[in-house]
Write a protein of this length. Structure first.
Length: 191
């Protein structure tokens, strides 16, 4: 006869399997899927520690603006408190980065963001280009040297890029279309 614990563990495994089949199209859905997988492979099984990959994924979601990152953000913050209970999240700053900004000449800049942030090997840029005109995505180190330049299509809203050759640290990115600044932001690399 199966014990309650073995039934519960099998239930967690079936939820993990079901979760892995869910197709995601947005950052909010990706965040929820990631947090579900971590939760059901650890906490629901009585495991209260995380490996380095899980820790990085939890942190990357926890530092997002809850408006842009969805309901998984506060859950990730709760999980991250099991790792580091001294970290304070600043939604004013985090959410300001995720909201529209004005350029020096008063034009509205479009939203863009990179996830996971921080990244390690590969990251995704989510963006929207105005007027369906293709553009450029450029990454700079903290002293302003251009490290990466990729074309981005107005027909898409996401571009995956390789960042395994970047050193650990903070990076700045900008998006140009027709020679004008469309968006900018920052992201970090951790190993």
């Amino acid at each position: 006869m199966a014990t309650f614990e073995s039934l519960y563990l099998n239930f967690s495994d079936s939820i993990i399997a079901e979760n892995s089949t869910i197709a995601v199209n947005t950052v909010i859905e990706e965040n929820q899927k990631t947090i579900n997988e971590i939760y059901f492979s650890t906490i629901s099984k009585g495991i209260y520690t995380f490996d380095s990959a899980q820790t990085a994924e939890i942190y990357a979601i926890a530092v997002q603006c809850p408006i842009a990152g969805g309901k998984a953000v506060p859950v990730a913050r709760g999980l991250y408190r099991l790792i580091n209970d001294t970290l304070v999240f600043d939604d004013t700053s985090d959410c300001q980065e995720a909201s529209p900004r004005l350029s020096k000449n008063g034009e509205t800049l479009t939203n863009s963001f990179i996830y996971p942030n921080p990244s390690s090997v590969q990251a995704s840029l989510r963006y929207k280009l105005p007027n369906d005109i293709d553009g450029w995505f450029m990454v700079y180190n903290i002293i302003g040297n251009e490290l990466l330049r990729l074309s981005i299509s107005a027909k898409n809203s996401e571009r995956i890029f390789n960042c395994e050759h970047f050193s650990e640290g903070l990076y700045i990115y900008k998006i140009l279309s027709k020679g004008k600044l469309v968006s900018f932001g920052k992201f970090s690399i951790i190993r």
